[in-house]
Design a protein around this ligand. Sequence first.
Ligand code: DAH
Length: 345
Amino acid sequence: MNEDPITMLNSIESEGLSAIETAADSGELEALRLRYLGQKGELTAILRGLGKLDKDVRPAVGQKTNEVKRALTEAVEEREKSLFEASLGERLKAEAIDITAPGTRVRLGHIHPLTRITEEIIEVFYGMGFNVEDGPEVETDYYNFDALNTPPSHPARDEQDTFYTDAGEKVLLRSQTSTVQIRVMERKKPPLRIISPGRVYRNEEVNARKYPLFHQIEGLLVDEGVTFGQLKGTLNAFIQTLFGKPVLTRFRPDFFPFTEPSAELDSQCPFCEGQGCRTCGNRGWLELLGCGMVDPEVLRGVGIDPEVYTGFAFGMGVERLAMLKYGINDIRYFFANDLRFLRQF
Ligand code: DAH
């Protein structure tokens, strides 16, 4: 050592301290620690060289070396702490949440108008003791037609052209929920009081009133001594509850293969009270649904004795009722998934 070791230690100390105190990041600090305090560092070198010094200066140099070592070690720890705090502060700032910022609004979804009116209709009939039954949408022509008194040559089949499967003409998408009448009567014996909501299909061109997919709700009541008067009373009660006010109705003779007699239920137009308006096409009346007394042939087909039991049945189009109730003029709105439409309900 050419220089005086104490002077050298002093300059190592002051240089080291200022370098450590200004180290920009933990990488730089670690490099400084190794340079001054490491196994191959400057202080270690001095300690190793102690033996070569004069005996009388040795203790002072040793003591000074240790002092410098302690001072630098403390400085490193100090700097480490302040670098950590600074980076923590920065992270907290970057990740800070502004609790005064306005929140993100979560839009609540809601029930589709068809689901809504279906639930309303079920509720009304539930109150009159009807239970919900379900049936398959992919059907055989037996349940869709034959068992409903509509054999292959029957002209009523033409009105309900539907979609057929690869399995041939015998397997089809049901064109009416009346199929469920048969399926239920096969399984259960009277007294029966059921309604059955569900999808039906027809091979039809799309327009404002027709869509190849729509929904129906079927009703069936079979018991001893059921009359047409009870059918009228039941449906009148239903219509009044659905529209929420007294509504004049009329039963017009009609034809369905599986009911005899058959009728179409009209209500006085609830929008114009029979005066004639756009909704009712100036007729003052609206066709609501088909109904009738279950044909004895149908009962016989499922093993129910028509001499003992009678019944009534009805079937309504859900879209049609929803269009009337909510004043919707195009069936396509139900299936277009347009939120501007759906949010109105
Ligand atoms: N299934 C018939 C249709 O789709 C509607 C219908 C009419 C159902 C009379 C019935 C009924 O149960 O008795 O046009």
